[in-house]
Design a protein around this ligand. Sequence first.
Ligand SMILES: [Zn+2]
Length: 429
Amino acid sequence: MRRVFAPELLYEDGGFQTGRAVVCENGRIAAVVEANLEPHALRLVGRAMLPGLVNAHSHSFQRVFRGETEQRRAGRDDFWSWREAMYRAAGRLSAADLYRVARLAFLEMALAGITTVGEFHYIHGPDENPNRIALEIVCAARSVGIRICLLRVAYARAGFNRELHPVQRRFLEPSPERFLRHVEELRSQLDGEYSWAGVAPHSVRAVPLDYLREVSQWVEREKLPIHMHVAEQPRELEECRAEYGVTPIALLAREGILSSRFTAVHGIHLSAEEVQALAHAGASVCACPTTERNLGDGIVPAAELLGAGVRIALGSDSQAQIDLLEDARELEYHLRLKNLERGLIAPADLFRAATEWGAASLQVPPDAADFFTLDLRDPSIAGVPLESFVFSASKSAVADVIVGGEFVVRDRRHDLAGEIVDEFLAVDP
Ligand SMILES: [Zn+2]
C-alpha cells in the first residue's frame, strides 16, 4: 500500500520545510522527496505535518476518575491519599469496563496527536486468563487506531514489611517465573508492529531484588523495553534506604539493571550522582509533568538530565490531562518557576521528548509512518513563529492523525468517537 502526503509544511530535522512530500509504503516511511516529483500526492493544504506524538507512560483506567480527587479535603492530601481513590477505581472495574475506559483514553490521545501509547498495565486479575485484561487494552488501542507497547507489570508485594492492600491482589505476579511465562504468552499474541510487549517491574517497593534481577536478565536476552516507577516520592527513597541502604537509582545502578533499554518513570528526586548513573548506562527518564503537578510529586530536573545526555520521554500517566505538548512545555515551565530563569531547554528538545525519545524508550519501529498535522489557521498558532510551536499550539490545533500511513483522525474527526464516548458513559462509576 503506497500513500504520499504533501503538506504545506513538513517538520524535518528540527525545522519546517515547504515543497516536501512523504512517501509511505506498507505503513513505513519509504522516502521524503520534493513534492513536485509526486503529482498524485494527497495535498494537505493549510497543514503542517509532524512526527506522531509518543505517550510513553499511561495507566488508561485512571481516566475513569479524572476530576474526582480535586476538592480540598480535611487532613493532608498528597500522592498517597490520591492513591486510595485510584485503588477504589482499580478494585471495581471489570475487564469489559477496563476496555471501555481504555478506548476513551486512547480516543482522547488520538485526537491530541498521539500515535503510540506505552501502557503500564498492572490490573491482571481476577481472571482465568492472566492476559485477558492486557489483551482487552491492546484491542482498545487497535480499535482506536493507535500503536501500543503493552508494558506488562510485575508486582509482588505492597512494600518492604508492608501488608498487602486488598486491591493489590489484582496486581500480583508472585514469582518471576510465572510473570515471565505470562509475558511470553502475551508476546505470542501480539503482531509486533502495531502492538508489542515490554516489561515493567512496578517499583523497587513492589518488586524484591531477587525477582528484579531475574526479570532484568531475561530482558537483556530478549532486548525488550523495561520501564519502572523510580524516584517519584520521598517516602519511596526512605523505604529503599531502609531495606537496601541506598536509593532506588543507586540500587539499580549497582545491580547493573540500568541500560539503554531501561526507562525510569518520573525520576524526580535525583542526586547529581544518580543523574550521572542514568547517563552512564544510556537509560531514559519518562517525565509526566501534568500528572506530577496534579499529584504534587515535584519537578523533574530536566535541564540537568538533558545536560548529562539522558534522553527524556513523556507520559500522560494518571490522565489528569491528555495533552503531550502541554507535558513538553511544562518540562521547561516548571524549571522557570523553580529557577526564576527562562529558556533552559531548547524547544526542539522539548519536541524530541514528545516524539523520538519516547519512541526510542518504547522501541517504536524507527521508520513508522506516524504523523499528526497542525491546522495553521488554528487561533492558537495563527501568525505565531513556528519554531516555538511547542509553547503555543493548543491541542485544538491538531487536525489529522496518521498511523502506519492511514488516517485515524481526519479534520479533527474520529469515526468511532460517538460510540466510544457512549460506551464509556455507560460504565458504572
Ligand atoms: Zn505511573
